[in-house]
Write a protein that binds this ligand. Structure first.
Ligand code: NAP
Length: 279
């Protein structure tokens, strides 16, 4: 496993297993246990994925020292103003601390939400804090209000949508970028781009491994999801080869500003504020 250092000196494993769309605790636990066995040390969960208890059970049962694992979760907008949201989250996981907690969406009382993250950070309940999907001017609003600048921003990112502009916006804060949909949510068009097929043949790897290697060399933290142990195995077997500068340029040329997730800020407000998770 390879690590990157965050702006507070904490080191994060550079690739995670994402557990979106694995809503049964037992399935999430199984996926995490298989990933840990293969060498993963980083899981990306969320309250909205409904599987925090399953992830927590895998952490407690896997036999790996807690300090070697990195567990991320996300707070949903309806709990941003709730000062006990992180304590409730820790109870759902059955864990004493989390490594990273981020605000899941850029709607609701996000300033209060960020202040609650800062309190939890200072209390030692989380080792890093950050934002997810803050790509409007609300990003700068939170950055200005933040006493502790975010360690992480998690956004959609893949070769069709490389996020160069956002990277520049957060650079002054030392905020590192995590990429969701790192494989385009499994889009065959992306995975089968001829440049990936050509490089896969050259390096004796799969197309997906070339995409993930590109993320790593870009300095991103990709969060690929898979419940298939063969795919999980492949997805972390990417640290024994290196793409050349010219190959990185060819992949850069695939950027077409294409998001798979295209809601306007108004649509995000309407959709996400109607989802209630806090019990
Ligand atoms: N913050 C946010 O708002 C947000 C939003 C979306 C996602 N996320 C995070 O990002 C993670 C990834 O997103 P995602 O799961 O939707 O998209 P993804 O990782 O880009 O794509 C997942 C798809 O790729 C397939 N796949 C994985 N490895 C493969 C391999 N080696 N060969 C062939 N196919 C492979 C998976 O199928 P198999 O299971 O069959 O391998 C699955 O269908 C999520 O799990 C979540 O943690 C965050």
């Amino acid at each position: 496993m390879q690590y990157v250092e965050l702006n507070n000196g904490v080191k994060i494993p550079q690739i995670a297993l994402g557990v979106f769309m694995i809503p049964e605790d037992e399935d999430a636990k199984k996926a995490c246990l298989s990933a840990f066995e293969l060498g993963y040390r980083h899981i990306d969960s969320a309250h909205h994925y409904y599987n925090e208890a399953g992830v927590g059970a895998a952490v407690r049962e896997c036999g790996i020292p807690r300090e070697e694992l990195w567990i991320t979760s996300k707070i949903w907008p309806d709990e941003y103003a709730d000062e006990s949201a992180i304590d409730k989250m820790l109870a759902r996981f059955g864990l004493e601390y989390l490594d990273l907690v981020i605000l899941h969406q850029q709607v609701g009382d996000y300033i209060a939400g960020y202040k609650n993250l800062e309190k939890a950070y200072k209390a030692g309940k989380v080792r890093a804090i950050g934002l997810s999907n803050f790509e409007s001017e609300r990003l700068e609003e939170v950055l200005a209000a933040a006493e502790i600048k975010p360690q992480i921003i998690q956004v959609e990112g893949h070769p069709y949508f490389q996020q160069a502009a956002l990277k520049e916006r957060v650079k002054p804060y030392g905020t590192r970028m995590e990429h969701w949909f790192p494989l385009g949510h499994g889009d065959a068009n992306l995975m089968n781009e001829p440049v990936f097929t050509e490089l896969a043949q050259k390096y004796g790897k799969s197309n997906v491994q070339i995409i993930l290697r590109w993320h790593i060399q870009m300095g991103n933290i990709p969060l690929p999801r898979s419940t298939n142990p063969e795919h999980q195995k492949q997805n972390i077997d990417i640290f024994d080869f290196e793409l050349t500068a010219e190959e990185m340029e060819r992949i850069k040329a695939l950027d077409q500003g294409k998001r798979y997730w295209t809601l306007t800020l108004e649509q995000q407000e309407e959709k996400f504020l109607n989802i209630k998770l806090a019990e």
